[in-house]
Design a protein around this ligand. Structure first.
Ligand code: UDX
Length: 469
């Protein structure tokens, strides 16, 4: 099928490359000429496992093209995916400017039936708005060609985006029931036909339900994380181990094992923004949102958990302390720094006077840009960030190591060597990536989030529990 994808961000690029892999004839449009030029040269602007290979295979085969030419891209695709960003407005609601502009461009150039597919995360009612806009623009041009608008939210995760797209658990498609919508159904079924092999199911529903499903899914996952983080704080205070609790909870099929990892809070381009946007939607609909408010509040606080632990250990000021940070991206296998907990942690450590030695396997360039932006008002603090060349280099001479992003390579570090490299053998594990006993065996004091330190049990830890000796 002939497909156009508007927007070459995470979702657009992965959608285009994967559709081409399925054999569709794909053209990706972006107005950023420099980005398109890089893509045309085979350079992939984001770090995403497997994506480069897909592009390298499908671009030379002629199934995947990149352009800045709006008219050509509208002419190309019978199916027009809108996959542009919906950044938060000042009040937290999703900014639809790019979505509506993409729709307007389609309407300005189309002269045959088009199926417009909304892949961007958009507030409930957007498919309707896009429909109305198309109708108005076509009316203005006095062009009589039909169209349908469907909602097809994307659930891929950064770091496993290609696999998630090619083998999704389900594909949500919101569609109306008019004559044009029948054609939309046929085309969407053909488009996703390759999924028949993977037993992924297409779930058809009303457009508004599809739009809400996307926000509801992200907010549900964010809620699980915040609840687990609250349980972890409780476990810590009561002398229980959150990893054991997680095993117990996750083995109940009604609860399920995924998204129960306690840590230092969720980040990224979706959860924080989508929870806020859902709160805003609730406000506008005059519906209460107590749970969502709590989810957000717990998450904001959790990001400072490791700094609080450091302060309990070293005192309120961290002046004169050197702190190593392992991992800067908001999660492993990505260089994405959007809403990464590392930004709050590093900012706070610097504010408290510490020197920080940071390392991330892929996110160092993105982190430099992010910290420069965050610290624009405090340029002197930037000088207190040391950009290490390796994980051990970051640890060198540090009074404590904070594990912020759980890259697999960190778990392979030799604890004995780590103990020798740190000036004080203290590890604060913000992702519960290590078994406490493993580091303890090398003489390292390991403190996780909601975990019982090695060698301590309730019997050895009289209530009230001391946090650090
Ligand atoms: C998320 C959704 O999972 C995806 O379906 C949607 O399309 C986009 O938003 P993503 O932001 O790529 O994907 O990352 P995800 O793997 O979901 O992790 C989000 C955040 O939650 C990360 O900061 C991660 O560290 C944190 N997290 C995740 C936890 O703290 N605990 C968990 O158990 C899982």
């Amino acid at each position: 099928m002939k497909v156009t994808v508007i927007g070459t961000g995470y979702v657009g690029l992965v959608t285009g490359a994967c559709m081409a892999e399925w054999g569709h004839d794909v053209m990706c449009l972006d107005l950023d000429a420099a980005k398109i030029a890089r893509l045309q040269r085979g350079e992939v602007p984001i770090y995403e496992p497997g994506l480069r290979e897909l592009i390298m295979r499908n671009q030379p085969a002629g199934r995947l093209r990149f352009t800045t030419d709006v008219a050509a891209s509208v002419e190309h695709g019978d199916i027009q995916f809108i996959a542009v960003g919906t950044p938060p407005d000042e009040d937290g609601s999703a900014d639809l400017r790019h979505v509506l502009e993409a729709a307007r461009q389609i309407a300005c150039h189309m002269d045959s039936f088009k199926l417009v597919v909304n892949k961007s995360t958009v507030p409930v009612g957007t498919a309707q708005r896009v429909s109305t806009l198309l109708e108005e623009e076509l009316g203005r041009r006095a062009v009589r060609c039909g169209f349908a608008v469907v909602s097809n939210p994307e659930f891929l995760k950064e770091g496993s985006a290609v696999a998630d797209f090619l083998q999704p658990d389900r594909v949500i498609i919101g569609c109306g029931s008019g004559t044009a919508d029948r054609r939309a159904r046929e085309w969407m079924t053909q488009l996703y036909a390759p999924l028949e092999r993977t037993s992924s199911q297409l779930l058809w529903m009303e457009t508004r339900s599809a739009e809400l499903t996307k926000y509801a899914a992200n907010a549900m996952l964010a809620t699980r994380i915040s609840l687990m983080n609250e349980y972890a704080n409780l476990a810590e205070a009561l002398g229980a181990d959150i990893e054991e609790v997680r095993r117990g909870l996750g083995s109940d099929p009604r609860i399920g094992a995924h998204f129960l990892k306690a840590g230092i809070g969720y980040g990224g381009s979706c959860f924080p923004k989508d929870v806020r946007a859902l709160i805003r939607m609730s406000e506008q609909a005059h519906v209460s949102h107590h749970v969502l408010d709590a989810v957000e509040a717990v998450n904001s606080r959790q990001k400072f958990k490791l700094v609080e632990k450091l302060q309990k250990r070293f005192g309120a000021s961290l002046s004169g302390r050197t702190v190593a940070i392992w991992g800067l991206a908001f999660k492993p296998e990505t260089d994405d720094m959007r809403e990464a907990p590392s930004r709050c942690i590093v900012g706070e450590l610097l504010r408290l006077g510490a020197i920080v030695r940071v390392f991330d396997p892929v996110a160092m360039p993105a982190a430099r840009r992010a910290f420069a932006q965050d610290l624009a008002a405090y340029p002197r603090r930037l000088a207190n960030i040391h950009w290490a060349s390796s994980a051990l280099d970051a640890a060198r001479g540090s009074d404590a190591l904070l594990l912020v992003t759980e890259w697999v390579e960190f778990s392979h570090i030799d604890p004995v060597q780590l103990a020798k490299t740190l000036s004080m053998p203290l590890v604060l594990d913000g992702r519960n990536a290590w078994e406490p006993s493993l580091l303890a065996s090398a003489g390292i004091e390991h403190r996780g989030i909601g975990r019982i330190p090695a060698g301590e049990t309730l019997r050895t830890r009289p209530m009230p529990l001391r946090r650090f000796s």
